[in-house]
Design a protein around this ligand. Structure first.
Ligand SMILES: Nc1ccn([C@@H]2O[C@H](COP(=O)(O)O)[C@@H](O)[C@H]2O)c(=O)n1
Ligand SMILES: C[C@@]1(CO)OP(=O)(O)OP(=O)(O)OC[C@H]1O
Length: 204
């Protein structure tokens, strides 16, 4: 089984006097998000997408809202646990895509910073994280922030094999270039590169 997808959704109501944190990024805004934890709607959706991708339950099964330990908790803790579940299952993140739905604040001006923050927390490149935003037009939900997240995972074993196959391709390509330059057959083993053995049985 090489690839897995996951989807997560969350919503929190805006509340005055609470700091606003979305995607681990503190944002200047008169209201924050109410919740048992810090209310980071985006990290909660990504956490659920990761857990769902490896069939490991959901955020509430690990961190029940009835447990006082998670009162005011930093949502990065939830995300870290989900990342551990992904690693234990033998997968790594290919990319993550998200949609935030809220009337305010405007997300696009801070989407670059948010993308970098989320990528850092996930241990991936900013180019592997999508942050998009919509207003809840016609939904009568101006006091609410909603987040949707999808993740794609690949098996670490398969990733290693792909890397090894690429290495084989590299050696062959170099061999062709060298042949073109010096003419005739050329033994790439003389270049000190070991040709990795690829066993298709490893792909099961
Ligand atoms: N909180 C938001 C909501 C929207 N945007 C940007 O505005 C565009 C138009 O949104 P509509 O929901 O009116 O279609 C949207 O595509 C985003 O670029 C935003 O930055 N922050
Ligand atoms: C994160 C938890 C932690 O108690 O509480 P909330 O901050 O209320 O967030 P929610 O998205 O409703 O998920 C439930 C809980 O697991």
């Amino acid at each position: 089984m090489g690839m897995r997808i996951g989807y997560g959704f969350d919503s929190h109501a805006f509340k005055a006097g609470v700091p606003l944190v979305i995607g681990g990024l503190p944002i200047e805004h008169p209201e924050g998000l109410a919740g048992h934890s810090d209310g980071d709607v985006l990290l909660h959706a990504i956490t659920d997408a990761l857990l769902g991708a490896v069939s490991a339950g959901d955020i509430g099964t690990f961190f029940p809202p009835s447990d006082p330990r998670w009162k005011g908790a930093d949502s990065r803790v939830f995300l870290k646990t989900a990342l551990e579940e992904v690693a234990v299952a033998g997968y790594k993140i290919v990319n993550v895509d998200t949609v935030l739905v809220m009337s305010k604040p405007k997300i696009v001006p801070i989407a670059g910073d948010m993308r970098e923050r989320v990528a850092e927390l996930l241990g991936v490149k900013p180019g592997d994280v999508g942050i998009k935003a919509k207003t809840p037009e016609g939904l009568n939900q101006d006091g609410v922030a909603v987040a949707h997240a999808t993740v794609l995972l690949e098996s670490v074993k398969l990733a290693d094999q792909t890397g090894r196959m690429a290495a084989v391709a590299d050696v062959d390509e170099i061999d062709q270039v060298v042949k073109g330059l010096v003419g005739g057959a050329h033994d790439v083993s003389a270049l000190g590169r070991k040709r990795p053995t690829f066993n298709p049985d490893d792909l099961t």
